[in-house]
Design a binder for this molecule. Structure first.
Ligand code: XMP
Length: 308
């Protein structure tokens, strides 16, 4: 068992010693790892840390506002609205890996701009043990990152030796709200991999609304505690429906709910039918562009958790 108090004290001391009076920047996503790293570092160096949250326009309903509300009084927080830049760059792109590549590059471009403005010499990252053990066994704890335009940042990774459950413990000890500490994983490319095919602002909005309805019902029923991820996928298929005595033609969405320990495998648990019927009805009643709700039944493998 890790001694959380000791870990926090030692991390604060070592960040202070390393950084001295230099500036530090982090790309804060609102996920548990970058959130805990940010709070920990801000306890050590206060406003010398700038936490940059990039709103790429591919976030869930109210997500930017929730992250901003959580952090704006806890640390030196900066919200960067880059929605139009990302949506423009994704215009007409349908291939999932191409979407990831474009979003990744754009993210670096936006973040580099912020890093330059901040005058930071250090980059704080929320890397945890499985990230480097699974990637290439890189055990070097201090290294530099050279960004495309030649900006060199020294990397600090205070959570490098921790596993997810330990990061959550540290987060709780640092008084981060449960909504952050127990947040479900959300892919970096966000809704871009849940809105299938071409991305438009309208499709993102439809996906967001349906997803918010599912999320609220899952949380109200307390089902979230047993689920690894739960979300709505907007397919690029339109299907026929009926509204009053009129033929309707709208989107087909898929509800995906999985259990998992590490995302390497996942299974679809038994979900009570009355719950599913209710969510389906709420979605079609409140999101008029959707005519049909379906349920994903496939485990991983053979499927992946995300649809793209
Ligand atoms: P898959 O879909 O491969 O997902 O079964 C496994 C886990 O990874 C998340 N995921 C991503 N996370 N960037 C990320 O940061 C991505 O491009 C990405 N694709 C999938 C997914 O949500 C699941 O938790």
């Amino acid at each position: 068992m890790m001694d959380t108090t000791k870990f926090i004290e030692e991390s604060i001391k070592s960040i202070k010693e390393e950084v001295k009076d230099e500036k530090v920047i982090i790309a804060l996503s609102g996920g548990v790892d970058s959130s805990v790293a940010s709070i920990l570092a801000s306890k050590a160096i206060g406003n010398q840390l700038e936490a940059v949250f990039v709103d790429h326009g591919l976030l869930r309903k109210n997500e930017a506002k929730e992250v901003e509300d959580t952090f704006k009084d806890r640390l030196n927080f900066k919200l960067v609205n880059a929605q139009d830049e990302f949506i423009e760059a994704l215009d007409g792109v349908t291939d999932p890996e191409k979407k990831r590549e474009i979003i990744g590059h754009k993210f670096i471009e936006v973040f580099e701009r912020e890093a330059k403005k901040s005058g930071a010499k250090y980059l704080l990252q929320g890397t945890i043990a499985p990230d480097w053990i699974e990637s290439k066994g890189n055990i070097k704890s201090h290294h530099n990152l050279t960004l495309p335009e030649g900006l060199v940042l020294k990397i600090i990774e205070p959570l490098r030796e921790l596993y997810k459950d330990e990061v959550r413990e540290v987060g709780t000890a640092l008084e981060l709200p449960d909504a952050i500490v127990h947040r479900q994983p959300f892919p970096g490319p966000g809704l871009a991999v849940r809105v299938l095919g071409n991305i438009t602002k309208e499709k993102l909005e439809i996906c967001r609304e349906a997803n918010a309805i599912l999320t609220q019902h899952v949380e109200n029923e307390g089902l979230d505690k047993d689920l690894w991820q739960y979300f709505v996928v907007l397919t690029d298929s339109k299907v026929t429906g009926v509204k009053g005595d009129q033929r309707d033609f709208g989107y087909l969405v898929v509800i995906r709910m999985v259990q998992s320990f590490d995302a390497m495998t996942a299974n679809v648990p038994d979900i009570p039918w009355p719950f599913l019927h209710k969510v389906s009805q709420e979605i079609t009643a409140n999101v008029p562009e959707i005519t049909h709700v379906s349920l994903s039944l496939s485990n991983k493998p053979p499927s992946t958790i995300e649809f793209e």
